[in-house]
Design a protein. Structure first.
Lengths: 207, 290
């Protein structure tokens, strides 16, 4: 059964994913420019300080809108189950390279689900707080104390999103054969058996 | 402007190294004696005149305040308050509102653009507008609600304490014009001792709460008030004990370097994890069955 392939993502989901990824990089770099003085040089990528300030909210909004579509498509597969709670106990061992004792996983494992919800939650906070202090459009409608909390939360949830994305990207590199799920839309049967046996069974039972 | 005075800059927004600081300049301050102010607004006119500012003609809101608040083109505004500090004793208090030029400026702390806000050695906090990106963070940093952002150019504006005049040895325009001598200008030390003396005189005249407003929470200010009711500063819309909001201090203080370290740390941790543990591969430990 050398190289039978299973379809993991539709093309439209893959294209949407890569659009989100692109917007994440652009919104992330333009936001980090204002995050710490050591990163202000990133404004040069966007045409200077004022242009970075003008573009950042638009890039962020595009990312959120695209992610909302992805959310609608994937949230059902990301519901946390009892098996996930067992999986969680074995997470430490898995990170040390020991996969023994892992309960069989469906389309997504607990780590993937956690990443999904962390991204969704941080994007909601980023959207709400970001709109609040979006100058010159909305900042005038909110009292300054609320805006102070908003900028703090915005920065905090941006860090959560970036950390979640680092985990997301690393996991894709770490687990060999994963990246092609997004670059080609398919994964090998061997990959599915090793990493998502329940999903593998579901995908192959009709045949 | 910025480059001509760069030797006098002691603090610079979004800059993590020490600014040039070899020159020794005396710390200066403006002292506004509320008890001598007659509310003539000559200071507002002088400010407009020197700084070439002409605000839009607004609407009368039923009180003397005109315009009713600070704007990008009105860097100082007389505010009038009808209050009863003690029950049944009406007083008409007047406060010249504007930037307080804090020793520890919240606007400068909050600003993400290097060199858009500077503090000179003489204590003046100045907006270098060409570096302003229009994000509005200075508004969030300010405990006195002073910076205003122009709809015309999306730049922040406020009182400069006439930094251009002071740099060549002149006093600020409002000080020069004040007909009653309610505004004085000099070294911070002189202004503090003169202000304390005036407050003492007011206490002798029966204003027990009189005092000098030089709030410690922002490290002291380079615009100070002699107040008849320094124990009730909220009568004239001034915070009793202003500080830079703890949310701003957290956001711009420890949180950011920690977060940057955390994000870099996550990447580095991933790299070493891969090198130590290695990837999860299809065949690893899994028997290849049919």
């Amino acid at each position: 059964m050398a190289d039978r392939m299973l379809r993991r993502y539709e093309d439209r989901d893959r294209m949407n994913h890569w659009f989100i990824a692109l917007m994440f990089v652009l919104a992330g770099l333009s936001g980090l420019a204002f995050f710490h003085p050591s990163l202000f040089f990133l404004t040069n990528l966007f045409g200077g300080g004022p242009w970075t300030r003008i573009l950042h909210p638009v890039l962020g909004l595009l990312m959120v809108v695209a992610f909302a579509v992805l959310f609608v498509r994937l949230w059902r597969d990301n519901r946390i189950t009892d098996a996930d709670r067992v999986w969680r106990k074995h997470m430490g061992a898995l990170l040390r390279g020991d996969k023994a004792g892992l309960p069989p996983v469906g389309k997504y494992n607990y780590g993937q689900k956690l990443t999904f919800w962390a991204m969704a939650a941080s994007l909601v906070v980023l959207l709400v707080t970001g709109v609040m202090f979006w100058r010159p459009w909305f900042a005038g409608y909110f009292p300054v104390d609320l805006l102070r909390a908003a900028v703090l939360l915005h920065a905090l949830s941006a860090v959560v999103l970036i950390l979640a994305t680092i985990v997301h990207v690393y996991a894709a590199i770490w687990v060999k054969g994963t990246v092609r799920a997004m670059t080609r839309g398919t994964v090998s049967e061997g990959w599915a058996k090793v990493n998502h046996p329940l999903w593998h069974r579901e995908m192959t039972k009709e045949r | 402007m910025a480059s001509l005075q760069s030797l006098d800059v002691v603090a610079r927004s979004a800059t993590t190294t020490t600014s040039p600081s070899v020159r020794q300049t005396p710390e200066l301050a403006k002292l506004i004696d509320e008890s001598k102010c007659i509310g003539c607004k000559a200071c507002q006119v002088a400010c407009m005149s020197w700084n070439d500012l002409r605000d839009e003609v607004g609407t009368n809101i039923g009180v003397y305040d005109n315009p009713s608040d600070l704007t990008p083109s009105s860097w100082t505004v007389m505010k009038f308050f009808e209050v009863e500090p003690t029950k049944g004793k009406l007083e008409w208090l007047i406060r010249k509102d504007g930037c307080m030029h804090c020793e520890d400026p919240g606007c400068l702390k909050a600003c993400p653009s290097p060199g858009a806000i500077v503090k000179y050695a003489n204590g003046i906090v100045d907006f270098i507008s060409e570096n302003c990106i229009g994000c509005g963070y200075c508004v969030k940093g300010c405990p006195f609600d002073v910076p205003r952002i122009s709809e015309k150019d999306n730049k922040a504006y406020k009182c400069t304490l006439c930094s251009d005049r002071v740099a060549v040895g002149l006093e600020p325009a409002c000080v020069k014009t004040c007909p009653t001598g309610a505004i004085s200008f000099g070294t911070k030390a002189d202004m503090v001792s003169y202000g304390e003396k005036r407050a003492g005189e007011l206490r002798e005249r029966g204003f027990q709460g009189a005092g000098l407003y030089n709030p410690k929470g922002v490290g002291g200010t380079h615009v100070m008030y002699v107040m008849k009711h320094a124990d009730q500063t909220t009568l004239v819309d001034l915070p009793q004990e202003p500080t830079v909001s703890p949310m701003v201090s957290l956001w711009k203080g420890v949180a950011k370097p920690l977060a940057v370290a955390g994000m870099l740390g996550a990447v580095v941790a991933g790299f070493f994890h891969y090198m130590k543990v290695g990837p999860i591969e299809e065949k690893s430990g899994e028997k290849e069955d049919a």
